[in-house]
Design a protein around this ligand. Structure first.
Ligand code: ADP
Length: 197
């Protein structure tokens, strides 16, 4: 490690952002399985695309099949999963993109590590506050059923903890609002905080 020299880039983060005519940031979705992270992140990605923003969506399943396919669901593997996603997200933000990351990310300390990688204002935590019973009723991938019957161990919300954010930038409840309303809520936040026009 000590022999690795960090090169200054000729094209800086600011130049990438200017080129794309936008303010890059990381929108971090956290919440239980089935709380709507993927659904809302995808719909928001599409709306940002429609508005001419340059975005990239990192999602639990695609990362677990590639970058993090060597990791499982123990506490230490979950921590390493989120650490790598934070670092990868930061690189995309450096490239001038608005990044959407949708991962359960159950531990407060791991989300804090991701937050600390970016300057103030560039990490936007979106807490999916959908209640557990609603997530379990939806069970879009049949995972709660498997967790309840013991086929899956260490499932967040069942036999592995989920630590709610203490002061998320945005709180979304998909049990009470439509996909369009949830997307509008995040867009409003981004406009009010001058991340997008
Ligand atoms: P996660 O990524 O958090 O595991 P998903 O987005 O995969 O969650 O699953 C959420 C499920 O809830 C989907 O089947 C989706 O169609 C459904 N759903 C129902 N109402 C909403 C809503 N208002 N917002 C988001 N998802 C909703």
């Amino acid at each position: 490690m000590s022999n690795i020299v960090w090169h200054d880039h000729a094209v800086t983060k600011e130049m990438h952002a200017e080129h794309k005519k936008q303010k890059p940031c990381l929108i971090w979705f956290t919440g239980l399985s089935g709380s709507g992270k993927s659904t809302i992140a995808n719909a928001l990605d599409h709306e940002l695309y429609r508005r001419g923003q340059h975005t990239y969506l990192l999602d639990g399943d695609n990362v677990r099949h590639g970058l993090n396919k060597d990791l499982g669901f123990s506490d230490s593997d979950r921590e390493e999963n989120i650490r790598r996603i934070g670092e990868a997200s930061r690189l995309f933000v450096d490239a001038g993109l608005i990044v959407l990351s949708a991962f359960i990310s159950p531990f407060r300390s791991d989300r804090q590590i991701a937050r600390d990688l970016l300057p103030d204002g560039e990490f936007i935590e979106v807490f999916m506050a959908t209640p557990l019973d609603v997530c379990e009723q939806r069970d879009p991938k049949g995972l709660y059923k498997k967790a309840r019957s013991g086929q899956i161990k260490y499932f967040t919300g069942i036999d592995s903890p989920y630590e709610q954010p203490e002061s998320p930038e945005v709180t979304i409840n998909t049990a009470e609002n439509s996909v369009e309303q949830c997307v509008a809520q995040i867009i409003n936040y981004l406009v009010e905080h001058e991340r997008i026009k």
